[in-house]
Design a protein around this ligand. Sequence first.
Ligand code: KIV
Ligand code: NA
Length: 270
Amino acid sequence: RQKRLTPSDVAALKGQQPIVSLTAYTTPMARLLDSHCDLLLVGDSLGMVLYGLDSTVGVTMEMMIAHGQAVLRGVSRACVIVDMPFGSYQESKEQAFRNAARLMKETGCDGIKLEGGVEMAETVHFLSQRGVPVLGHVGLMPQQVNTSGGYRSKGHSDAEADAIRRDAKAIADAGAFAIVVEGTVEPLARAISESLTVPTIGIGASPACDGQILVSDDMLGLFNDFKPRFVKHYAELAGVISTAVETYAAEVKARHFPGPEHTFKPRSKN
Ligand code: KIV
Ligand code: NA
């Protein structure tokens, strides 16, 4: 079996080539993405994308483990990181280690991601000193939607930009192998990327980052209802699916499906 890229392999791409990253939640999707991506994230965005939740706050360890296991079955090359869900790491560094170790043991993933800045630095240090590779996540932090006033882009004021710069530095100094920067204005994303030795992986954070990540279902156009500014549709799968299902329904009603080529005939008796 081909060996997967390690978190250090991914970190070493900084300054060499842009890091290509997408989310994956299932085995078949992981198989399709694997050879094209350096890093696959089992993101807690699965709560919204797959389960219809309003935010990522309701996502559980059990959901992350089930989907982490599914993704690991489909990957042979990419580094696989699993998101720690809300409530699984904020209480203490010990709680964080216990749940991070559980994610790694039960899924076989290469590391975990957690959201947070200065306030999470001690936890990131505790984990990374004890065998858990950590991907940081600063800027817009979806798990804090209930305290930070929604999904607005960040870094417009000098005070907010300074705070996010301090967050990124604290998480990098604490030992994170890379940092997701979400929803920040370009000058801030550029300043963070230029000042850190570990790579930044941006989502809605300009081309200045060392890599990019998107939610696969977003970039494939599986949702028609809402497209944030930072998402580019590389396909329009929602339309493809609607058309396919419409055709199927019409053919079933007209008894055109199944045809003779889809129908089992009795074996000839002799
Ligand atoms: O959960 C997620 O999908 C994420 C990425 C978009 C960074 O955290
Ligand atoms: Na996430």
